[in-house]
Design a protein around this ligand. Structure first.
Ligand SMILES: Cc1ncc(COP(=O)(O)O)c(C=O)c1O
Length: 278
């Protein structure tokens, strides 16, 4: 009888490529990556930083945001206690579900003893399950929003002399991040409406012209189609059965679209006067 192991979340075999990459570090080039003076730890440190960079690129984060832990119990403790204690001035109510692993339940009990209120949502009926998944989906959207703001707009790298300027900059980038996500979500949720619900004529016409190299049609394309065209400007490969584009290619595409739209307004067929030569 063939056996199947379905809980790869809790334990899984290590990919042979990972084993191969790790063997030199576990046998010959072992060392403490955090050691202060020059030693064999240098190669361990380099390998660790390379791995951190790869993971960061894969999940669209900054390498400084990647923290390696010894396992899920340590990670869950660090994340739950760290976030709860840091943000306790904003709220002390934590929502969880009754099916969480002990590595989540135990730190939550600890936080309860510190005065946090913990609600464990039931998942006995399909409606309960739907509700919990919906909470996670909303949470995921917030994650994506902040990813656009941090990794896309790089707000943390902006440096200003005064906080007022930083706040104004942040206000603009919050709108940019919101618009990127909005285009992404509406493009997926309402692909059949006219793209003019979201894009100006100069925007869709210029993008159409650049991608198709033909005169734009008299009727605006559908929104789903237009979002794919914009994302193509950001590196999205528009194959028939591909998933709809995500925020990253849309964000890159929107930046290029703005330049094309401005050129279209100044020099395109709808421009009122000829280009001004200054
Ligand atoms: C869902 C889940 N979370 C956390 C853990 C704990 O993982 P670790 O042994 O890496 O601390 C497990 C292990 O079984 C698990 O299945």
């Amino acid at each position: 009888m063939t056996k199947g192991y379905l809980d790869y979340q809790s334990a899984s075999p290590v990919d042979p490529r990972v084993v191969e990459a790790m063997i030199p570090h576990m046998t010959e080039h072992f060392g403490n990556p955090s050691i202060l003076f020059r030693s064999d730890g240098d190669s361990a440190r380099q390998a660790l930083e390379d791995a951190r960079g790869q993971v960061a690129r894969f999940v669209g984060a900054d390498p400084s945001e990647i923290v390696f832990t010894s396992g899920a119990t340590e990670a869950n403790n660090m994340a739950l206690k760290g976030v709860a204690l840091k943000l306790q001035s904003k709220g002390k109510h934590i929502i969880s579900s009754v099916v969480e692993h002990r590595s989540v339940v135990t730190p939550l009990k600890y936080l309860e003893r510190l005065g946090f209120e913990v609600t464990s949502l039931p998942v006995d009926e399909i409606e309960h399950v739907r509700q919990v998944i919906q909470y996670y989906c909303v949470r995921w959207m917030i994650e994506v929003f902040f990813r656009v703001l941090k990794s896309g707009c790089r707000v943390e790298e902006r440096r200003f002399e005064h906080i007022d300027r930083l706040l104004s900059c942040l206000a603009v980038y919050l709108i940019v991040a919101w618009r990127t996500l909005y285009v992404c979500r509406v493009g997926r949720g309402c692909p059949d409406i006219s793209c003019e619900a979201v894009f100006e004529p100069a925007e869709w016409k210029s993008v159409w012209n650049v991608i198709h190299r033909t005169t734009p049609p008299s009727v605006p394309p559908r929104l789903g189609e237009m979002v794919r065209l914009v994302a193509q400007l950001g590196g999205y490969v528009n194959r028939k059965h591909c998933d709809p584009p995500g925020p990253q290619t849309i964000w890159l595409g929107l930046q290029r679209m703005h330049d094309f739209a401005l050129s279209w307004q100044l020099f395109g067929p709808d421009a009122r006067a000829g280009p001004k030569l200054v």
